[in-house]
Design a binder for this molecule. Structure first.
Ligand SMILES: [Zn+2]
Length: 108
């Protein structure tokens, strides 16, 4: 599983070994590890990069495009959004209806 917490330990700058830990930063679950000796934390670079992309776009208004694919209507999402949310083709998202102009995508 891509979101599984890695069981690797990292040698901390203080010389001790860190313990794997999942962090919740701004609603992002990030893999990483923490040193129980000095409290230093290390984030998984992939997850940290994803959070960076998210932070860049979170206040932007992005546009998508409605397209036809076979008998279905699809919404094309901007690449940056897909990267920030770590979405992959074929993944299922939950869609909730907010009001006649707004739907919410809930990604797992
Ligand atoms: Zn340490």
């Amino acid at each position: 599983m891509k979101r599984e917490l890695k069981k690797e330990k990292i040698k901390c700058q203080c010389g001790k070994w860190t313990e794997p830990k999942e962090f919740n930063i701004d609603g992002f679950k990030m893999r990483g590890s923490e040193c129980s000796s000095c409290g230093e934390t290390y984030l998984n670079p992939e997850d940290a990069n994803q959070a960076l992309i998210y932070n860049k776009i979170k206040h932007e208004v992005l546009t998508g495009k409605i397209a036809k694919s076979g008998n279905s209507i699809v919404v094309r999402l901007p690449k940056r959004l897909v990267e920030a949310l770590n979405l992959t083709a074929g993944e299922t998202v939950t869609i909730s209806f907010e009001n006649p102009k707004t739907v919410k995508l809930i990604c797992s």
